[in-house]
Design a protein around this ligand. Structure first.
Ligand code: SF4
Ligand code: SF4
Length: 77
C-alpha cells in the first residue's frame, strides 16, 4: 500500500487499490527530461533505457506525470 500522507490520504489509497485502477505508462515519445519523476508523489518513475519508466505497482493513477510532460508521453494504460 502507499502510505504517503495523513489519514485521509491513507483511506484514498486503500480505495484505489481495491478498485485496481490501471497505471500510467510512458510511450517512446519520452525525451528523458526527468520532469515527471520529480512530480510523482509515489516515486513510481525512474530512468530506464533511453526513456523514463513507471512502476505499475507504485503508480497511483494521479496523472501528475501527464500534466508535467512536455511531449505527452505518459498515458493511462
Ligand atoms: S500517474 Fe501519478 S503516481 Fe502514477 S506515475 Fe504518474 S505521477 Fe506517478
Ligand atoms: S516528463 Fe515526459 S519526456 Fe520527460 S522524462 Fe517524463 S515522460 Fe519523459
Amino acid at each position: 500500500m502507499y502510505l504517503i500522507g495523513n489519514t485521509a490520504d491513507y483511506s484514498y489509497q486503500i480505495y484505489i487499490e481495491e478498485e485496481n485502477i490501471m497505471a500510467y505508462v510512458i510511450s517512446d515519445d519520452c525525451v528523458a527530461c526527468g520532469a515527471c519523476a520529480e512530480q510523482c508523489p509515489a516515486e513510481a518513475i525512474s530512468e530506464g533505457d533511453g526513456k523514463y519508466v513507471i512502476d505499475p505497482d507504485k503508480c497511483l493513477d494521479c496523472g501528475a506525470c501527464a500534466d508535467t510532460c512536455p511531449v505527452g508521453a505518459p498515458q493511462p494504460e
